[in-house]
Design a protein around this ligand. Structure first.
Ligand code: SAH
Length: 372
């Protein structure tokens, strides 16, 4: 590890093994990493000078070569229902959105994994903004660090983050390199200590990524399904061309097997007259047959320029009757933070040229090795 006056290592994104390596390179014992994790993630301390159980000369060396740099807040909006949305400034002038959703029994933080998104789902407003780049591990975990510390403010009700979902901007399984250490920190008892069922990765169906992640840290998986047939799903989620339903469902079966029958949550955005008929409900029942799963119906959240509209509550109710009768646990997601555009698919941030999206998605997919 090279000490440099200008480029300092940001320790915020280093998970326990990486931090242990960092201290080994400094000729220090591994338990220093454990101390650092607690100072940074549990006590919210970023100034090495305040880390009083580290020797004075180690603090000085850290100050020289490292830093703990969290994102800065650009804008904070608080919804009438208590939902908080932050626009956070990341490295190099990018911005991402992070949303906190308070409920009586939990506090869910929805985080972003990329600046923008390259998947181009036709009903998602993030897609209309194009793709800029992957977030780094410190930028991903930095959203959690920021929210945990911001929520300690009595003005925001001194709420706690009990659950984290990767359902903000971006496709987490196209940025595994950074998502993996962030996951590890979320689960680490010396950092955020969240149980595996309290951390959810949501994917549009990146099959190699699903297989890849299945063998690392434990977490809950959500799959954005939205349609029971390839024809319809390809229209809504163009990634379906690359990973059609047969491949996606086979990957779900593998995930369930590796995770000892842990159930998968399928997300299904209800779009008026597009995917919300009883026929589609019955198709979904056939598709999910035998898989331990839950179904989450999300009324479509409109955004400017979209041709789609949300299904009516009656239609959603009828759809739910069909899937429930078939024994599938089905919930309807309450739309939260509507007045501040914090609902699903409404996260925008600051993004780049959409024309780059196609090239980048090809490159990303090419880099994901297909399993033999
Ligand atoms: N790329 C990941 C995570 C981000 S999207 C994924 O696709 O799962 C999080 C969820 O919000 C997904 O299920 C997505 O399909 C859904 N969503 C996107 N736009 C929406 C909209 N306008 N209305 C309702 N749900 C939407």
């Amino acid at each position: 590890m090279q000490a440099s006056a200008t480029v300092k290592t940001n320790l915020l994104g280093l998970h326990r093994p990486a931090l242990e390596r960092y201290f080994a390179d400094l000729g220090e014992k591994p338990f220093r990493a454990r101390q650092l994790l607690q100072w940074i993630h549990q006590r919210g301390v970023t100034d090495f000078a305040l880390m009083t159980d580290l020797a004075r000369d180690l603090r000085a060396r850290l100050q020289e070569r490292a830093e703990v740099r969290a994102p800065r807040v650009i804008r904070e909006q608080v919804s009438e229902d208590g939902t908080v949305k932050w626009l956070l400034s990341e490295n190099g002038g990018s911005a991402v959105e992070t949303v906190f959703i308070p409920e009586p029994d939990r506090g869910t933080l929805c985080i972003s994994s990329q600046v923008g998104c390259m998947l181009n789902c036709t009903f998602c407003s993030t897609a209309t903004q194009g793709f800029k780049r992957n977030l780094s591990a410190d930028e991903i975990i930095g959203q959690v660090w920021f929210a945990v510390n911001a929520l300690a403010d009595p003005r925001l009700g001194e709420r706690r983050v009990t659950n984290v979902v990767f359902m903000g901007m971006g496709e987490p399984l196209l940025n595994l390199e950074a998502v993996r250490p962030a996951l590890s920190l979320l689960r680490d008892d010396l950092a955020y200590g969240l149980a595996s069922r309290r951390v959810t990765i949501s994917t549009a169906g990146v099959v190699p990524g699903m297989d890849d992640l299945a063998h690392g840290d434990e977490f809950a998986l959500a799959v954005s399904l939205h349609a029971p047939t390839d024809e319809l799903r390809t229209r809504l989620v163009p990634l379906n061309r690359k990973f059609p339903l047969a491949d996606l469902m086979a990957a779900c079966q593998r995930f369930v097997r590796v995770h000892h029958r842990r159930s998968i949550t399928f997300e299904y955005t209800m779009i008026d007259g597009v995917n919300d008929s009883r026929r589609e409900a019955r198709g979904l029942v056939r598709l999910l047959n035998g898989l331990p799963c839950k179904l989450n119906l999300i009324p479509f959240n409109p955004f400017p320029g979209t041709p789609f509209r949300p299904s009516s509550p009656e239609v959603i109710y009828e759809f739910q009757k069909v899937t429930r009768a078939a024994g599938i646990i089905t919930t309807v997601r309450k739309t939260r933070g509507d007045d501040i555009d914090a609902a699903c698919g409404q996260l925008v941030g600051q993004l780049l040229d959409p024309s780059q999206r196609r090239r980048v998605v090809q490159e990303q997919l090419a880099r994901q090795a297909m399993p033999a």
